[in-house]
Design a protein around this ligand. Structure first.
Ligand code: AMP
Length: 461
């Protein structure tokens, strides 16, 4: 997953983009970058690591201009090589281009093969690079038409911001998989992955981009370009609400905190249990655990502490890092757990590795019973639309029955929220993409169908 931002017509746009990326850090921790344009020159700074490590006051002040595009990355398609860090930049016939993409294109290998056959020189393994080439090589007349032509050739998930000199384009794929919001700051505009990025800038939320919408922003004006052929129905990613987005954001008009609380409340109704304390796997399951506690009447306790100086475990791409991260990240509070029956609530179960160590830790400090409750259904299928899920055979829910998973985790009971329960709880913004739970993929998996990519899930380098 990635976080993206575009700033138009706001002084010191790089500083604004930096703050926005800082708020979007949870969406990717491998690399960050900002590209600005000052009316004549574009400047770029990118690097590996956290936003606060990549930029200094000095690098930011060198990024002059009132137009900026920014990106914070974790790898889905492509590895974490610096050549994959975004925004991607190019100088083409119509100006300086910078592009930041959130999502995953399901036909990028097909596009890439065609582009290479046509003479393109590909510099990264990122799926987003195809879009840069498609824009530059489009035979349509004028930048608007070239952007539009390029976007219409993409399949899969893309929320994207592009600058061509001082013009910003912001677009969402026809199914609207990934969030993208428009905000206003003074006489300028901000486009960002989540509303929490608008909040940090003191920008006013205007609206969400609609599926298939392409906006052009320049000189203080926001104008719609031709709508991409809209898919019916749209398919925003429900996993954004389950896990990925920040609880203080609103996505597609839904408060992430409210959504997770509703998941927790339904979970308590679907899988009731007698216990002394409800504890969350912090921080992503806090809202769901509060919902569970409210509905069940079992007190919510801060029974697990998270070390905030360790990054999100899954975002580190290699297995050794992830196991190490899980052990480093959490510690139970003995006084809350010892001799008590605890319900531990997590937002999702993916590999089951974190959960397994958590159960062991709770038992080590004397838990009398451990009941695991999950605020979403079993993750059974890989994501081809941009969530960094492991391949199918690594998913604990892929083949096993619930009772087998419970035995693996070593719990007294295990309960998952049902698919219906989850989608009904947030029905106002549905229907959703639920592919990781249901195996129903709303956008064609072109590369998989053509035998160019593995059905096991997007390859990571
Ligand atoms: P595990 O117990 O190993 O299955 O890990 C589950 C934990 O990973 C949960 O606490 C989730 O909050 C978190 N998680 C779920 N999906 C992802 C993802 N795509 N990237 C990073 N973390 C995730």
């Amino acid at each position: 997953m990635c976080g993206i931002v575009a700033i138009s017509g706001v002084e010191k746009a790089a500083e604004q983009a930096y703050l926005a990326l800082y708020a979007l850090q949870h969406r990717g921790q491998e690399a960050a970058g900002i590209v600005t344009f000052d009316g004549t020159t574009s400047r770029s700074h990118k690097g590996r690591g956290l936003v606060s490590d990549v930029f200094s006051a000095e690098t930011l002040s060198g990024l002059r201009g009132d137009v900026a595009v920014g990106h914070t990355r974790y790898s889905t398609a492509g590895g974490n090589d610096i050549s994959n860090a975004q925004p991607l930049t190019a100088r083409f016939a119509r100006g300086d281009l910078a592009l930041a993409h959130n999502g995953n294109l399901t036909n990028h290998l097909d596009l890439r093969a065609r582009l290479v056959a046509d003479g393109a020189i590909i510099r990264s393994s990122a799926d987003s690079e195809a879009l840069v080439h498609l824009i530059a090589k489009s035979k349509h007349y004028g930048v608007d038409a070239q952007v539009d032509d390029a976007l219409s050739q993409l399949e899969g998930a893309f929320s994207v911001v592009i600058s061509v000199d001082a013009t910003i384009y912001a677009a969402c794929d026809p199914r609207g998989f990934r969030p993208l919001v428009l905000g206003r700051k003074g006489s300028g505009h901000v486009v960002a992955s989540e509303t929490c990025a608008l909040d940090i800038l003191g920008a006013e939320y205007v609206r969400d981009l609609q599926p298939g919408e392409v906006l052009r922003i320049r000189d203080g004006k926001v104008e719609p370009l031709r709508q991409l052929k809209r898919a019916q129905p749209p398919a925003p990613c429900i996993f954004e609400l389950v896990y990925f987005a920040r609880p203080d954001s609103r996505l597609w008009g839904v408060s992430v905190d409210r959504a997770r609380r509703a998941f927790g409340q339904r979970l308590a109704r679907e899988h009731p249990v007698e216990a002394d304390a409800v504890i969350a796997v912090p921080d992503s399951a806090n809202s769901a655990a509060l919902g569970f506690a409210e509905e069940s009447g079992i007190p919510f306790e801060l029974g697990l502490l998270r070390n905030h100086y360790v990054g999100r475990t899954f975002i580190q791409p290699h297995q050794e890092d992830r196991d190490f991260g899980a052990r480093m990240k959490y510690n139970p509070v003995r006084e809350i757990v010892d001799g008590r029956r605890v319900v531990i609530v997590d937002d999702s179960l993916v590999r089951g590795t974190t959960s397994k160590s958590l159960v062991r830790m709770l038992r080590q400090v004397g838990a009398a019973e451990v009941h695991f409750r999950i605020g979403s259904p079993p993750v059974r299928w890989p994501c081809f639309y941009g969530i960094d899920m492991p391949t199918r055979r690594e998913l604990i829910g892929a083949e096993l029955e619930i009772s087998e998973i419970a035995a693996k985790l070593g719990v007294d009971s295990l309960g998952y929220l049902s698919l219906e329960g989850m989608t009904e709880a947030v029905a106002e913004a549905g229907p959703y993409c639920t592919a990781c739970f249901s195996g129903e993929y709303p956008a064609p998996l072109v590369d998989v169908e053509k035998g160019l990519a593995s059905p096991e899930g997007p390859l990571r380098c």
